[in-house]
Design a protein around this ligand. Structure first.
Ligand code: ZN
Length: 373
């Protein structure tokens, strides 16, 4: 198996303010850990190119791209404030171009068969960045840029995008909200009292995209058996019906039990099992084509080890820790509620799916609901 890792020290240049959790050490420590454990020797490690402006504007407005560039150019030795979590320094724009370019490269190499699968170990992350807004440590939505690139240049039709980050991918959700070419599924901490205040069970997409956005807003304490229950009892069968050409994972490890920002309880074994399920689906449905792109994950002590577990699974190494615990009743109740909610969309009936009929890829970018908290 040929497993790729896209990484560059260019990802270390962008900085948030001091003591900010989204720091360069996240990826620096990870790569050093891969090196110490000799995992790096098993991987095809590539350096990314920067994304071009026209790559970004398939997802973001030119005004947004120029805004981030101008803030960076003016930030000689000082930070510009976008919101209370998100800052721009002199190197932010260039680093964000490398991050988007890296994930595009991962998608390109997997799609063309140069790699079997790939992990794009980037920062800054992307899934909170919407068409016109940087927020939640994100400036450009790396995976959305990759998907639009593959659709534009390689005529890729359908992508299954799975997000296991602790936070709902509000930026990504907005980009594909009316678009049936991307099945966008996310498991995240309940946004009623958690950033970004979006990703509710009722948000299932609109127009041609109705039913293609699926949110699992889970309570604090949700753990491995619950995540695997959602995947085994619901997600796998939906993905099989959707028949993607490629599978992408927004790999945010801030849902780990040791992480500082969420109250979720996923363990390394849970991440490995989720990775294996995605590999199984990719093998079954799209020639193994699987791309992971880094999102959150902030405990500097455990984060490299979790990334090691995921990367090892991706490279086909054995990871034998069993999953412990039982499925919570709240998990079963949530799935039942979600099934009821999706009955209002026709796409999960026996009607032809997107791609089975002569449909155009939805291009309209629709804003999602405003923040609710
Ligand atoms: Zn997150």
């Amino acid at each position: 198996m040929k497993t790729g890792l896209i990484y560059s020290d260019d990802f270390l240049k962008h900085r948030q303010v001091e003591k900010h959790p989204e720091c360069p050490e996240r990826v620096k420590n990870t790569v050093e850990y891969f090196q110490r454990t000799n995992l790096l020797d098993l991987l095809d490690v590539r350096k990314p190119q920067k994304a071009q402006v026209e790559d970004l504007t398939r997802v973001h407005s030119i005004e947004h791209v120029n805004y981030i560039r101008c803030l960076s150019e003016s930030g000689q030795g000082k930070f510009s404030v976008i919101d209370s979590d998100t800052y721009v320094c002199h190197e932010t724009y260039e680093t964000a171009l490398y991050a988007a370019g890296a994930t595009m490269m991962a998608g390109e190499m997997v799609w063309t068969g140069e790699l079997d699968n790939c992990f794009s170990l980037v920062r800054p992350p992307g899934h909170h960045a919407s068409t016109n807004q940087a927020t939640g440590f994100c400036y450009f939505d790396n995976l959305s840029v990759m998907i639009r690139h593959l659709q534009a240049k390689h005529k890729v039709k359908k992508v299954f995008l799975f997000d296991w980050d602790a936070h709902a991918p509000n930026g990504t959700m907005g980009t594909f909200y009316a678009d049936p070419s991307v099945l966008n599924v996310s498991i995240h901490q309940d946004p009623h009292s958690f950033f970004p205040g979006q990703g509710f069970i009722e948000q299932i997409g609109e127009k041609a995209g109705r039913g293609y956005t699926i949110n699992f807003p889970v309570p604090a304490g949700t753990a491995d058996p619950d995540y695997l229950y959602f995947i085994d009892e619901f997600i796998m069968s939906r993905v099989r019906k959707f028949k993607p050409d490629l599978i992408a994972v927004a790999a945010g490890q801030d849902s780990h039990q040791s992480d500082l920002v969420s109250q979720l309880n996923v363990t390394d074994a849970g991440f490995v099992e989720m990775t294996k399920r995605m590999m199984q689906l990719a093998d079954e449905l799209c020639g193994g084509k699987l791309v992971l792109s880094l999102e959150g994950g902030y405990n500097l002590n455990t984060f490299p080890i979790t990334n090691y577990a995921i990367m090892s699974a991706l490279a086909g190494l054995k990871y034998g820790t069993p999953i412990k615990g039982n499925v919570m009743q709240s998990t079963k109740d949530l799935l039942s509620k979600l099934n009821d909610t999706l009955k209002s969309s026709t796409i999960w009936s026996d009607a032809p799916q997107y791609g089975e009929v002569d449909a155009e890829i939805g291009k309209k970018i629709c804003p999602i609901h405003k923040k609710t908290g």
